[in-house]
Design a protein around this ligand. Sequence first.
Ligand SMILES: Cc1ncc(COP(=O)(O)O)c(C=O)c1O
Length: 403
Amino acid sequence: MKTSTPASLLAAITMAPRDPILGITEAYNRSTHPAKINLGVGVYYDDQGKVPLLQCVRQAEADLLQHPKPHTYLPIEGLAAYNNAVRRQLFDGTRAFDEQRVITLQTAGGTGALKVGADFLQRFFPDAQVWISDPSWENHAALFEAAGFTVNAYPYYDAARNDLNFPAMLATLEQIPAGDIVLLHACCHNPTGLDLDDSQWQQVLEIITRRRLIPFLDMAYQGFGGSLAEDGKVVQRFADSGLTVFVSSTFSKSFSLYSERIGALSVVSASPDEAARLLSQLKRTIRTNYSSPPGHGAAIVAAVLGSDQLRALWEQELAQMRERITGMRQQLRARLQQHLPARDFSFLTRQAGLFSYTGLQPEQVTRLREEFEIHTLGTGRICVAAVNSGNLDTIATALARVM
Ligand SMILES: Cc1ncc(COP(=O)(O)O)c(C=O)c1O
């Protein structure tokens, strides 16, 4: 007797859309061209085109190996020494810090911080909606939607001028209903590289306060735009505004610890008592997601931030990464200016952090890939940290040709 295989219960499931950024890397990996270049990444590369292993990390790891410890569970909120070091790093000097109103929990990278924050907010503010910049890091909308929120965009970028559209941003913020959540990039905006200046931040803070919105600051690139203190100013300003503030932060980039998934969620609250209640609820969110975080990345960062010598070394290495990017911005601008003297490339040095929005159109991005083996995002975002002294001329010539 013929038996037929029963139809799979999962037969109706279709393929998920490809991640746009990882898709670029896949296409790049498939290419066999010896001179291929990937500008689509979100990672810092050194001048040899390698992801660095920082000396401070190497030293901290050597020390950890010399003093091995059992791999028992960390507390739900993570390693205390790590959380204290991150809290100090972000909030030292604020009233909120002195008054012990800030809680910090270790998370699986910045993504984990956003997800824990989003799940927590959805539990207590299910009717709130979320507002992110247009454009923003691709995962922002997906993460908050996955947590159950409706996600809207506020204007941020003016493509015609390759600059901020601040008046439109303010006009939209003025319309957002009280209690909604506004996601802001604390520095080095991804993908545009364009940040607000001091007075613009002041205006945004004033509207958020007046309209009783919930700010969620995402800081994935502290130290890549300016010094740690300069890039950290926005978080400090919001912390001392009297508002409840959510902050996601990560050491993926600044410690070059991508695979260790080491980030943090901090919340500035109204009182130590409120902070304790928030902490207990956030721990429940973590417990039902992944129970407790992994240990190695936290041990490294805690060791570096807890040692005067290693911390100084880290700051020095971070400054070298920042200065290399700034140098590449200047040189790319100068090269492009030589190729196309009538065009304005000042945006390259006005923008900060790993990324530049170049204004390239999708068909120009396709030409870059097909004619020059230079892979980047269809939006025209390039990772300036993937430019180095070996590929600078090739990239400048190709960009000028397609422009
Ligand atoms: C703006 C922004 N937020 C958060 C993240 C997530 O960082 P992590 O890799 O630590 O999860 C990134 C990573 O690219 C980012 O660009």
